[in-house]
Design a binder for this molecule. Sequence first.
Ligand SMILES: C[S@@+](CC[C@H](N)C(=O)[O-])C[C@H]1O[C@@H](n2cnc3c(N)ncnc32)[C@H](O)[C@@H]1O
Length: 387
Amino acid sequence: MGIDDVTEPAVDAQLPTRNKQQRQQLTKGMEHMRSYVIIPETPQSAGEDAYGVPATYEPVRKPATTIVSDENPQKRSDPFQFGTRYLEEGDDIFAHNAWDHVEVDAQYSEFIEQQTTFQRENQVSDFDKQRFNDKPEKWWDKFYGNNQANFFKDRKWLVQEFPILGEVTKEDYGAVTLLEVGAGAGNTAFPLLAMNRNPELRLHACDYSAKAIDVIRSQPAYTAQESPAVLQADVWDIAGQDLPPGLTPSSVDLVLLIFIFSALSPDQWTQALRNIFTLLKSGGEVLFRDYGRGDLAQVRFKKGRYLDENFYVRGDGTRVYFFDEEELRRIWSSSIDGVTADSRQTASFEVRDLAVDRRMLVNRQRKLKMYRCWMQGRFMKPLRSET
Ligand SMILES: C[S@@+](CC[C@H](N)C(=O)[O-])C[C@H]1O[C@@H](n2cnc3c(N)ncnc32)[C@H](O)[C@@H]1O
């Protein structure tokens, strides 16, 4: 997935040490002419353009704090904690790999607008739209057939962003059922399996790409599981008419949707919500993380990638949507028809948390500034009302 999948800061690259420039010698009589005859040192370079985004664009900075205070505790300390390093006036952007809550400025917002207009004016042909929208799972099968080396990221952010995952994996938590949808090659499922100490945890990892499920099922961590197995991987389409193998209505405590909702076309959202609502127990939650509008992955799309508003096709044929906060709130709080699992004819999720995660990732060696934007939320199936 290339940069689309950069959900962790890029690996720290050491900057080569630069020799300090010698002050150039002038004869005593010429010293008063210094400013006329010496070309001043070039100011510190703004870096390279990052995937088409001009390097000269500057992020919005917060006012400088004089001490490494409680307000900005991670500024000069490592290891990096997500969500706690703010870029302030006077900071060297290239001193760290990532900065949190970095807002883009008006110039960048205008650039996003221009890019979107350009993309819309150069959209995918009708013939190709049909090619990419018809059987989208076959493009994911191809993806998982081609990219074996890129799998199994170390997702340190999982528990930090969703602390409940730390709780349910504790030894004495008790019986709990998790369903991960769009599990791909297991980038979330395997780290969870590795950290799990709870003998009563069951994790169902589903994906509609049979190839992805083959990848999960062929891993030693999967095949070596003792009976009863914690992790079960199955082919399942979240927007289909059936429930996943082994799961019944109101049987799931937590549903993980990590970069899968963006792979659906907008006309699949309602059925996906219906299935998730049916599967969850009352009080059960969806843990959601996905692409946000204006993310570099959206901005960098060139000609022939736009399928529909905020919906694109990547070079490998896989589709991706970019959400904004209000739209997600509307989707996840809308009422869902045809949900009969607990005798309610219509129902809707409760939006517990919904936030935009803006981060500037830095490639320190190439001096690239990458403005990333992700959406994160928790959506709850309401507790059954006693009436
Ligand atoms: C961007 S990948 C994310 C994979 C994984 N969650 C991760 O974060 O590494 C999106 C995944 O969603 C799967 N997917 C897309 N549409 C789906 C659907 N309708 N039902 C189930 N899985 C789907 C794709 O096959 C792909 O594995």
